[in-house]
Design a protein around this ligand. Sequence first.
Ligand code: 26Y
Length: 803
Amino acid sequence: VDLDDLTLPEPTPEQFRRSLLHHLQYTVGTDPEHASKFDWRMALSYTIRDRALEPWFSATRRTWNEDRKRVYYLSMEFLIGRLLEDATINLGLRDVAVEVFDRLGLDFADIADDEPDAALGNGGLGRLAACYLESMATLGCPAYGYGIRYEHGLFKQRFEGGRQVEAPEDWLVTDNPWSFTRPESAYPVGFRGEVVEQDGRQVWTPQLQVLAEAHDTPVVGYGRQWANTLRLWAAKPSADLFDLERFNAGDFTAAAEPEAWARTLSRVLYPNDTTSRGKELRLSQEYFLTSASVQDIVRRYLETHDDLRRLPEYVAIQMNDTHPAIAGPELIRLLVDDHGFGFDAAVDLSTQVLGYTNHTLLPEALEHWSVGLMRKVLPRHLQIIEQLDRRDAELHGPRPEGVGLILDDQVKMGDLAFVTSHKINGVSALHTDLVRRDLFPALDSLHPDRIVNVTNGVTPRRWIALANPPLAQLLTDTLGSGWETDLERLRGLEDHVDDPAFREAFGATKRQAKERLAGWLADHHGIEVPKDALYDVQVKRLHEYKRQLMNILWTIAHWQRIKRDPGAGWVPRVKIFGGKAAPSYDMAKDIIRLINDVAAVVNADPETRDLLQVVYPANYNVSMAEKLIPAADLSEQISTAGMEASGTGNMKFALNGALTIGTLDGANVEIREHVGADNFFLFGLTADEVTARRNEPDHARTAIEKSQAMRDVLQAIAEGTFSPGEPNRYGGILDMLWNSDWFLVASDFDSYDETQQAVDRTYLDHERWQRMAILNVARTGYFSSDRSVREYMSHIWNITPAL
Ligand code: 26Y
């Protein structure tokens, strides 16, 4: 078959319209008169998808023909959001699509807004994986993302009486036009059972087996030259799991039990982005992803090669944190048990193939599994881990206390990932230093060139072109096209910073974004906000270290001050919060409730209404971020120094012309270096000062006693100002603030307060603010995920792009 025959030409509006109407009739089964928004979205998705197939096929064929090295990005999370508009932009079809819908009397944006988010992730780590997939496709880096096709992504959040209530998310309930099922690519994944020695070899006979079935989504790069695959595994019962005998005996429920267990593996995303819950299911999910992916990788390699010793020339596997860290033992197991390798050779080979990215230093997020659980679920892998541990001890001589893969009967997954990887990377300069110094000091001195830094980045296609079309247009008008794939070109804006016409145009893009946001808040959340206020935004997962609490406490202080002197020339502010708390994280949920309670009181206060509004739209997700970020004037990046590995929202805000108020934490440090200290609102203790302060007894009480503002705030909360009739509602928060305050809210409060006041003063000087905002855009091109991915390609994956 001559496949070129089937290639679709670049469509004229007329051809696009015909495709759309064709799909509406023949794929969706309706006609324009009766089509719902859903029907139109489906027809449009298939029309766009058709155009994605050409680059997808040609990239796959080229990689195959040229026998190229491939990257495999293993991640338990891919927080992709919507795909339709992203694919439309990357295929260069947005203008044509908008025009065709216009002519049909429909609104493209409205149709695109109908798509549910693919929320297969919790937060930063999952969104980073999505940005990297998009950049790899744009750069022509042959790559596969491997993940789990969760039936239920991250829970939906709503508020009842200000409290978070979770409901299951069901993105797959309606058709997913982007996914292709590949029933022919299914792998058995075994669990439990026994290992016996036969003829000097270990033979593992699993007790349970499930099938991993592949579902592929094309990931189209910008400029439609390349597309990669996101392969998500769905768990299916393998035929022998169904107990026909029991079923025939009438015990229908029991007969279905093993089948139900199998499906559980891809049922739901763990909504916990901090603590590793010692749950058999979580470990099984991790192994399910990893085993299916590693089998698929080896199978693909062997289709065109016969010598597994050359695997590192063709395969790079990146582990997104330790969640897939069983990849080392799994690859070693396949090489030793199935392909006759000796242990040392297998370890050597695996290490050359694997890389590990660390995303957190929080002790509660460092995964470890008890030896008992490992023995039960993955007995063969435990043997391999023990053997690795013995081998390491032999290779490197006597070890200090605490060094080794197993400590206190727990397998430490970070250490395991380290010893099975040739490169370990942190996600910002500061974080990487701390990974070296605090997390892996012993392993770092044994392997001094293994730990490297790759500062995170975000894709400008989604976070500028898609999220902020007016700004994108201004960039193109000012710099020409090309900034989308060469973000350092934003530097060119520096030449225009003194041009009043440019500043006016830049200001107009921000105003438009605020108007869009205000309209959306009114329509979708029934919230009215002034359009000409300073928009101050903190959106991210709820966590104590991110200090949403400090932000809301300051909001109270600000409100109190306005009330004391309403005529003092205040800058009107809209304080915007967004984010979800893990369902079991009580303190985070209390903070959510406090924010909502404060919003209720403050927003209803006639004295301050025009000067201060607090809004917290429920269910923050990727598509909400696309609306909020472009409208922000001020980006809150206020974590306790040393605790936020990088942050990536900070980059999105700066690229959209928001100024940052932030601590010297994560990538804030580098953002500040890039934009210049004058264009960044810095406050707070440094990471080293944080460590020192924590050792001072009573640091919290001391700090509160020194701060009049903070005492007034805490008193108002204690009096029930925000919880009328229930003054003790926030007793837990108050007690924590006075007596422990691990995250140093009290210690940093006054510094934050002063800096917030500097923000107001600066905002009053409109021209100065405008300049600062423009310079933020001009100088943050470095934070494109294209730059990050290039660094991975050259420093870790040793791969050259095909484009
Ligand atoms: C162990 C398990 C429950 C677990 C699940 C998810 C542990 C951690 C996570 C997620 C971590 C995460 O999202 N980390 C974030 O990664 C971003 C991308 O590198 C960073 O920008 C951000 O600072 C970091 O918190």
